[in-house]
Design a protein around this ligand. Structure first.
Ligand SMILES: [Mg+2]
Ligand SMILES: [Zn+2]
Length: 183
């Protein structure tokens, strides 16, 4: 193993409310009630925190990088105020059929963050609400935690093989504290 364990979080449906037609503006970006406490717990794990998010809404022209950057700036500031430092936010702006290497379940966003922050992916954890999150994590041999928020309770997630199924990000944080040696 080279590097330290990292904590990877999906955004929509994990940190903030999932919207079927995509979160398109800072005004539509709203946290789950448990997110502040979850971030506080995750901050105590003392390992790099990376947000990895598919944002095809950019490729579709529903939003633009400026709005997405504004959302992520706010997210990083809020997380800091709750006690968690987000090392970076990685996003894929492409459409599903563009065949890019970054859109999850592609692994490029994870690999880029791992290089930047000295993270060992195989000892890292992914928290997500959709099959693409769990599949990317599986490809990288990461620990897979599926939340029931967002798309986590949809039929597409029912048969997924994961390491833990939890209610939300806060329970994910507690599971990681109990089961994984991070940092
Ligand atoms: Mg999601
Ligand atoms: Zn991409």
């Amino acid at each position: 193993m080279s590097g330290q364990p990292g904590l990877f979080l999906d955004r929509d449906g994990v940190i903030n409310h999932y919207i079927v037609e995509s979160v398109r503006s800072p005004e539509q970006f709203s946290y789950y009630d448990g997110t502040p406490d979850a971030m506080k717990l995750l901050g105590q794990l003392d390992c790099p925190i990376v947000v990895v998010t598919n944002q095809s809404a950019i490729g579709r022209g529903w939003t633009d990088p400026g709005q997405v950057d504004e959302i992520h700036h706010r997210l990083c500031q809020d997380a800091l105020s709750w006690g968690a430092t987000i090392s970076s936010v990685e996003y894929c702006p492409h459409l599903p059929d563009e065949g890019c290497a970054c859109r999850k379940p592609g692994t490029q966003m994870f690999e880029r963050a791992a290089r930047t922050h000295g993270i060992d992916l195989a000892s890292s954890v992914m928290v997500g609400d959709s099959p693409c999150d769990m599949e990317a994590a599986e490809r990288l041999d990461m620990t897979r935690i599926l939340v029931a928020t967002g798309r986590g309770e949809s039929a597409s997630c029912a048969s997924l093989e994961v390491d833990a199924r939890v209610v939300d990000l806060e329970e994910a944080a507690r599971w990681i504290q109990q089961h994984r040696k991070m940092g």
